[in-house]
Each structure stands twice: as C-alpha cells, then as structure tokens.
Ligand binder design. Structure first.
Ligand code: PHE
Length: 350
C-alpha cells in the first residue's frame, strides 16, 4: 500500500470510528489515537523520508488535510454529544409549571407601631422636643414613688406589674422618664421639652384590648408659666397630625396621681365627624389619651421648685392610636408576628 492509500485508509477508518462513537470518553480516546503525537498518522508520515523530495510536500499537505477533516469530524461529534447531554438533562429536570410558586424573599415593612412612633417623634422634634429613651426594668422609686405614688398607696392597684425584686420592676408606664429627665435638666439652658417612647408592662390578662406589654409615648414640658392652654394646644397639634386636620379636642376631668389637674383627652370621631356612629359608640367623641399639669409633688421630688416652675405631661398609647386609626380590633395582632397582618401597613410610612 502506498503512503497515500495508507492515509486514506486511516481517514475512512477514523471517520467511521468517530461516527460510531456515542459517549464522551470514547470520543476522547479516538481524538488522542488519531491526532496525538503517537497516533498512526504521525507514524505513517515518518515513512515520508523514503519518498522522492518532490513528493514529500504533496503528501505532507494531503496528511494535514486529513488531519483537519478528522479534527472537524471530532468537533462536530463533540457538539452532537454536548447537545445529547443537555437534552438528557432537560428531560430529567423538567419543571412542572403548574405548581404554585415558592414565595421569593420579600422586602419587609416597618411595623405599624414603629411607624406611628417614628411619625410622632418627628412631629415633636419639629416642635423643639428631645426624644429620650429610658430603662424598661425600672426602680420602684421612679416608676411609683417619685410619681407621687408612695409604697402601699391604693393608686398602685391601677398599675400592677412584674417584679424583679422589691425595688425593681418592669415599668408600668413611661412616666418615670418624667422624673429621670427633670433631675438631669439644667433650667438655666431653657425649658425642658421631651418625649419618651418605649415599651411598658402590666400584670394584665391578654385579651382584645389588653396586652401585658404595650407601648407608650410620654410627653413632658417644664418651664415657667406652663398652663393647661399650652397642653391643649400641643395635644391639638398631635391629634390633628395623626387623625386629621378637622379633629376637635376636649378635656374631661380625670385622675392621675402625678398630674393635677388631670384630664382624659377626647377627639371628635374621625369616622363620623362627631355626629355619632358605631366607632364612637354614638357619642361623637373618642378617648385617645391621658394628660395633666405636673403635680407639685412630682416637681419637688425631682428638685424643682413648684412655685417657680410648672409643667404639663401626657401619655400617648401608640397601640391605641393604631387600633383607632386603622380599625384594628385586637391588640394581640401587633405582637403575634403574623406577616399577613404586618404587611398590610406597607406604604403607610410617612
Ligand atoms: N402614665 C399614665 C398611664 O400610664 C398616662 C399619663 C401620662 C397621664 C402623663 C398623665 C400624664 O396611664
């Protein structure tokens, strides 16, 4: 057989092997065998040295052509195998598009109570108030005694709580922040104006309107000549901001040990405008918070002379605000961590 015939034979055998191969590793072997340095083509070409000089380039280029053809056939086959692999995979991993989708990671929303607290903070910052936070584990002294509720006083019954020991308890209201800020305030630098939001605790059985833990925002202003008129004007700004500019406000006499006089604050019903409906129990008014002028004893207990200074204080319940504003019927919704409840308030952010 001539060299050329030999090469032709290698080519046709090679092409057949390539065509027959179905698996990756078989094709790999063929590639190495046919085109490798130790392959039959390289081997055959060694016989070129016996050819006449003018024949050599012809055979050389003929051999190269064969190599190229084989390489091309291998590449084509490779593509075929790749496609087969992918098709096989696709077949195995078919997706049932009729299945309900899994929930993707959703962007959360700020809790409605925090939205209300933030909003009220911003309002009061705009009015020149400081925002101050205080301890939830509080001393009896601040929670009760300095707030004009001595040990064994019956007024303590209104606010029972969880005790750490005889002198330490979970605060029942944010009012201890009144004493804490009054003690620290330097009146030579001007009036004390602060709000203090935070969690408070009561020994309550949880039901639709009671939670053993809820939120309050304390407000306090102490200066010379602070009057009920200042309190009323300030609270009007607050309730109009939260419940609408048309709201009217009324004070009803009430009792708190730490304010004198004390008031419950009502607003005209935001649902009916004051004509009477289910929400305001057909009275036209809704009770929203408690307030009053700081009791002289409370001022004294914090080292402030009640003959020179006076003040007003109020206690807002963001939970109650949210329930009224958004018609939430059960306070426990705020604390049960049900995303379906919480995400309803997306977009309420001010
Ligand atoms: N601390 C009172 C309560 O929790 C609310 C309040 C605060 C009333 C400030 C008057 C003044 O019920």
């Amino acid at each position: 057989m001539s060299l050329k015939e030999n090469l032709e034979k290698l080519k046709s055998e090679g092409l057949k092997d390539i065509a027959d191969s179905k698996e990756q590793h078989v094709l790999n072997d063929i590639r190495v065998k046919l085109l490798g340095k130790k392959g039959p083509i390289t081997d055959t070409l060694r016989g070129m040295k016996d050819l006449p000089a003018e024949e050599r380039p012809k055979i050389g280029s003929f051999a190269n052509k064969i190599k190229e053809e084989l390489a091309q056939a291998i590449a084509d086959k490779q593509e075929e195998i790749n496609k087969a692999i992918i098709n096989e995979k696709l077949k195995k991993e078919t997706i049932d598009v009729t299945l309900p989708s899994r929930k993707s990671n959703k962007i959360g929303t700020q809790h409605i109570l925090n939205q209300i607290i933030d909003d009220i903070e911003e309002l009061f910052i705009g009015l020149g108030y400081q925002v101050i936070s205080g301890p939830e584990v509080e001393e009896d002294k601040y929670n009760f005694e300095k707030m004009n509720i001595p040990k064994n006083h019956p007024a303590r019954d209104m606010q029972d709580t969880f005790y750490i020991n005889d002198e330490l308890l979970m605060r029942t209201h944010t009012s201890p922040q009144q004493a804490r800020t009054m003690e620290k305030h330097d009146f030579s630098k001007g009036a004390l104006k602060m709000i203090s939001p935070g969690k408070v605790y009561r020994r309550d059985t949880d039901d639709a309107t009671h939670s053993h833990q809820f939120n309050q925002i304390e407000g306090l202003v102490v200066d010379k000549n602070v009057t009920m008129a200042d309190l009323k004007g300030t609270l009007e700004v607050l309730v109009r901001h939260v419940f609408g500019e048309e709201r009217k406000i009324r004070f009803r006499p009430s009792y708190f040990p730490f304010t004198e006089p004390s008031v419950e604050v009502d607003i005209t019903c935001f649902a009916c405008g004051g004509s009477g409906c289910r929400i305001c129990k057909f009275t036209g008014w809704i009770e929203v918070l408690g307030a009053g002028l700081v009791h002289p004893n409370v001022l004294k207990n914090s080292g402030i002379d009640p003959d020179i200074y006076s003040g007003f204080a109020f206690g807002v319940g963001p939970d109650r605000f949210a329930m009224l504003k958004y018609g939430v019927e059960d306070i426990r919704n705020f604390y049960s961590n049900d995303v379906r409840f919480i995400e309803q308030f997306k977009g309420e952010e001010a």
